[in-house]
Design a protein around this ligand. Structure first.
Ligand SMILES: [Zn+2]
Ligand SMILES: [Zn+2]
Length: 367
């Protein structure tokens, strides 16, 4: 797609002249902006809406937010369709200015960008089995969503986004299968005829709503924030599921997302074998450790988690509640390295609360 003329469609030619800011385009919400673009592009409001990230508002936000128009503006200043909130954009990691690209999609005629490539966790193009790129191969500047020539870096004018070494990601890998699951939940675009990934057969993750998948993903991110040499959960997970040769990207952000995808989807695959293997590993790793004079076993609740997994069908727990509970348990175990080793006056649970990130209590209790 040639975007050389992209800017002029943003300015209304008729009085009153109105400019639609390019950064507002992915989250377009004001009726006046829609009217400018409807006239300029000859599209109706619904078609324009589907070109924005708002189309996934109900997929990325819990129903009480996604079902309603979320805006600080008065009702007549927004369109009557679900809108993605700024806080969801921040939490999910959606880039409004920059985008990721598939080098092979750029080679196609006509070449194209995908709206969902703006999501932090989307890092693979399944049809081409390639990792996306997020920077110029020459100057390493990010890739602006709006740029004059699709394949050329507008910063150095020399970098060609297609000329990046391609390493194929095997379709049987956790990374590939996890990305397929994510894209299936988000949209059927780009994954036409894709069946449910087989490595997740029997896993409760196949029975959750899209917004629940993203809420779980946020929980897992909290666990990754605790990453340290002493976080027993992440350390054990890395030993079980991660090898560096999985991901050949030069981008730290893409490697980070790849690790998130691989480690979190390891837990959800080969159900419930992988999760039991992890519990076993963590239990061995922390065996005999003392916390504030109390044995860890007192706060572990390992048995409860295992019991929940086996009896989930009869306990009345929804698949989402079960997975959320598990992810929360892993988070708490991950904080064990934060306990004082001796002489602590505070009780264990106080340390746990003090270690919780602020986002922790926000949206997980809406099941
Ligand atoms: Zn592609
Ligand atoms: Zn460049």
């Amino acid at each position: 797609m040639d975007l050389a003329q992209a800017d002029w469609v943003l300015i209304s030619p008729e009085a009153p002249h109105r400019k639609v800011y390019s950064l507002d385009l992915p989250l377009l919400r004001r009726p006046a902006d829609y009217q400018v673009l409807e006239r300029q592009l000859g599209l109706d409001e619904r078609s324009l809406y589907r070109l924005t990230l708002n189309r996934w508002a109900t997929h990325l936000q819990a129903p009480e937010k996604g079902a309603h128009v979320v805006s600080s503006a008065s009702p007549e200043q927004t369109i009557g369709r679900p809108l993605l909130s700024r806080s969801a954009v921040r939490r999910i990691g959606i880039s409004l200015r920059d985008i990721k690209l598939c080098p092979a999609c750029l080679e196609e005629e006509p070449c194209y960008d995908r709206l969902f490539w703006r999501l932090r966790l989307v890092i693979l193009c399944p049809p081409h089995s390639l990792l996306l790129i997020d920077r110029c191969p020459l100057c390493h500047e990010p890739i602006p969503g709006l740029r004059p020539v699709s394949e050329k870096c507008p910063y150095c004018q020399r970098g060609d986004y297609r000329q990046i070494p391609h390493a194929l990601i095997p379709s049987t890998s956790l990374l590939y299968q996890g990305q397929l699951l994510l894209l299936n939940l988000l949209t059927s675009e780009g994954t036409t005829n894709a069946k449910c990934p087989s490595i997740f057969a029997g896993s409760p993750i196949l029975s959750v709503e899209p917004w629940q998948y993203f809420a779980l993903s946020e929980r897992f991110e909290n666990l990754m924030w605790l990453r340290s040499s002493k976080n027993p959960v992440v350390q054990s997970l890395k030993k079980l599921a991660w090898t560096d040769d999985h991901v050949s990207s030069e981008s730290p952000l893409i490697r980070e997302s790849a690790m998130h995808m691989i480690l979190s989807h390891y837990l959800l695959a080969s159900w419930p074998e992988n999760i039991l293997t992890l519990i076993d590993r963590v239990a061995k790793l922390t065996e005999g450790q003392q916390v504030g004079g109390r044995m860890l076993e007192n706060v572990w609740q390992t048995d409860q988690v295992v019991q929940h997994i086996w009896s989930s069908s009869s306990s009345g727990n929804t698949p989402f509640a079960l997975l959320l509970q598990m992810f929360e348990a892993f988070f708490i175990w991950g904080t064990f390295s934060g306990f004082p080793t001796s002489g602590g006056e505070r009780q264990g649970h106080e340390y746990l609360i003090a270690l919780l990130p602020p986002a922790w209590s926000e949206s997980c209790h809406s099941s």
